[in-house]
Design a protein around this ligand. Structure first.
Ligand code: C2O
Ligand code: CU
Length: 622
């Protein structure tokens, strides 16, 4: 990689630091030119030294301890670090003692150029371990427990200051093979996948041998049949496939406990891509495993793929198409030293706390760690999709340029909206335009910044640099124009009365605490609400717990009527199927129930929560 290129990457990353880390980020380049130069030299080095950017405050600091101890004490949501914030002199040592009955880890948010956390130590119940921090330079190092990501803390070394790392972008962006036919066949099997740039490939459970699985690309309105064949290892058991955001008969909807595909067997799903006779709004959706109680594991192992419905009139209307339209599935995994996926799914049964969620230390874009993509200096349509099990990403571009959001993951918005950053939780999507004009020869990073909307008590975002766009060559031939109005959102006659309230909370029974809806556990034999086919209903979804949840409704094109009693923000005025609900929040949604009778789901799309019972069934009847 030419030096000039990585210099661009570094300086743009610094620009974001300055933009996002408040006061301390009025950056060292201005205050301490020497420190800044050192940091940048360190980061552009091609050797394997850690390339951590740090900065120092100009103020004098009191004498710092050369050793510190943190204990992990029992708390709601598994445990807490006491104290949460510690300071150390550079070269100091850190001990951590686990006083709980569960396994925890101390894992840094910042990763090194090899993509692994700067420190990552597992501490068994009752044990004490030392955390290797003595080589870290001045900075504030946020850390968390990788088994219980709600447990967080920070370690300040020396004079502190923001820390970020820019990975080397060593692999090109991957696009899974595209399937276009009206009857497709996808064999599920174990395969070796090139996820990390070095070392052995990673064994995964795949759709069709790739991760993500093949991207299904179909014009909207055209019936699509997909035969899935289960040749996964026997231990995977039976599976079921959900086309997330689709509108299909109940038996083709990926029922968690029925219409399963057992080992060695196959099943054909019929996805008509029509709603009440009309083509569904074209968008990037996805398909994934939905098997009861093991959905998190099956998705982690690799059973995820993108589904792009296209609208031929988009090109005529002036939106970028073809190679100027890039779908990005962003997710995360953790790996063992030999590049295998870790197995984070032994949740200790707890009487007081349900499982928090599975996070990964490396963020992947289209299944690869830290890829780069060559683009031309034009306007691109980029489809952002979060397929992580738990984490949210607050997407932003490193040079501070804004996105123009033109759609949700369920079709175009009525009007485009300019956004500096876009927060997406599990299963959420955004359809955006990015303007790379006038940037030839430069690079722009796509990253996830600290959650910027300042919601108190809500879960934050996974902060990381995700990928690099290298702008090269001349401007493309396509002429881009954003029509206004943009997407058509049908007028629904919304009833005055709320027909159903779904309360997402924590409940407890003799087996322990669990994530619940209306106080109950998921039971595939119980129907929680009935709706008459052809009617419009208004539902209220409320979060009574003290953790953020991302609530997904199957089957219909949903409209957001209100969020916390107010008109939803402009980017929530199109169709939706997944909403963020911070603690205490409520959204009111409405849909018309068309075409199909039968059972459909409502659940939290944080997959550990779903598996732990945060799911319920509603039934459409004649
Ligand atoms: Cu994407 Cu019911 O799930
Ligand atoms: Cu949840």
């Amino acid at each position: 990689m030419p030096v000039s290129l990585s210099m661009v990457a570094v300086s743009s990353a610094l620009a974001v630091l300055a933009a996002t880390t408040l006061a301390t980020a009025v950056w060292a380049a201005a205050v301490h030119p020497v420190a800044a130069t050192t940091a940048m030299t360190g980061r552009t080095a091609t050797t394997s030294e850690p390339t951590t950017a740090t900065t120092s405050e100009p103020t004098a600091t009191p004498t710092l301890p050369t050793s510190a101890t943190i204990t992990i004490e029992p708390a709601r949501f598994a445990g807490k670090f006491v104290p949460r914030n510690v300071s150390l002199a550079p070269g100091g040592t850190l001990q951590v003692t686990n006083n709980t009955t569960m396994k925890h880890s101390v894992t840094s948010v910042a990763i090194g150029t090899d993509g692994t956390p700067l420190f990552n130590v597992v501490i068994p119940p009752g044990a004490t371990r030392s955390v290797p921090v003595s080589a870290l330079t001045d900075g504030v190092y946020d850390f968390y427990c990788r088994f219980h990501p709600a447990m967080t803390g920070s370690l300040t070394i020396g004079t502190g200051g923001p820390v970020t790392t820019v990975p080397k972008f060593e692999q090109p962006l991957y696009q899974p093979p595209r399937l276009h036919g009206r009857h497709l066949r996808i064999v599920m099997r174990k395969a070796l996948v090139r996820v990390l740039p070095h070392g052995p490939r990673t064994p995964m459970w795949t759709y069709g041998g790739t991760f993500p699985g093949p991207t299904i690309v179909r014009p909207t309105g055209r019936d699509t049949r997909v035969t899935f064949v289960n040749r996964l290892p026997k231990a995977a058991g039976a599976v079921t496939i959900h086309q997330h955001g689709g509108h299909q008969a109940s038996r083709y909807d990926g029922q968690p406990a029925r219409y399963l595909i057992r080992h060695g067997q196959r099943r054909t799903y019929d996805w008509p891509l029509r709603d009440a006779g009309e083509p569904i709004p074209a968008s990037l959706r996805f398909y994934h495993d939905h098997r009861m109680m093991v959905t998190a594991r099956n998705n982690w192992r690799g059973l995820q793929g993108m589904f792009l419905t296209t609208d031929p009139s988009d090109a005529k209307r002036g939106l970028p198409t073809g190679r100027y339209d890039i779908p990005l599935a962003v997710t995360e995994r953790s790996f063992t030293k030999d590049n295998r996926l870790t197995n984070p799914f032994h949740h200790a049964m707890s009487m007081t706390d349900p499982p928090s969620g599975t996070v990964g230390s490396q963020v992947l874009v289209n299944g690869r760690f830290a890829p780069y993509k060559r683009v031309r200096p034009g306007i691109y349509r980029i489809r952002l999709l979060n397929t992580s099990l738990f984490s949210s990403y607050d997407f932003a571009l490193s040079d501070g340029r804004a996105f123009q959001q033109i759609g949700t993951g369920s079709g175009l918005l009525p009007h485009a909206v300019t956004r500096q950053d876009i927060l997406l939780g599990p299963a959420q999507r955004a359809d955006v335009l990015v303007d790379f004009r006038k940037l030839s020869g430069k690079s722009v990073l796509l990253q996830s910044i600290p959650r910027s909307d300042g919601v108190v008590g809500g879960s934050g975002s996974h902060v990381a640099v995700l990928m690099q766009f290298r702008v090269r060559g001349d401007k493309p031939v396509q002429h881009v124009h954003v029509p206004d109005p943009l997407g058509k959102v049908e007028h629904l006659r919304i009833p005055r009365k709320v027909a159903m309230t779904w309360d997402f909370g924590v409940s407890k029974d003799k087996h322990g605490a669990y994530w619940s809806i209306n106080g109950r556990r998921f039971n595939p034999r119980r129907v929680d609400h009935r709706v008459r086919l052809g009617t419009v209903e208004k539902w209220r979804i409320h979060n009574s717990s003290d953790m953020t949840h991302y609530v997904h409704l199957h089957e219909e094109e949903w409209l957001t009527v209100s969020r916390d009693g107010r008109r939803p923000p402009p980017w929530e005025r199109g169709y939706e199927d997944t909403w963020r609900l911070d603690p205490g929040e409520a959204v009111v949604v409405a849909a018309k129930f068309t075409d199909y009778t039968g059972d459909f789901m409502i659940h939290c799309h944080m997959l550990d929560h779903e598996d732990d019972s945060m799911m319920a069934t509603w039934r459409v009847v004649k």
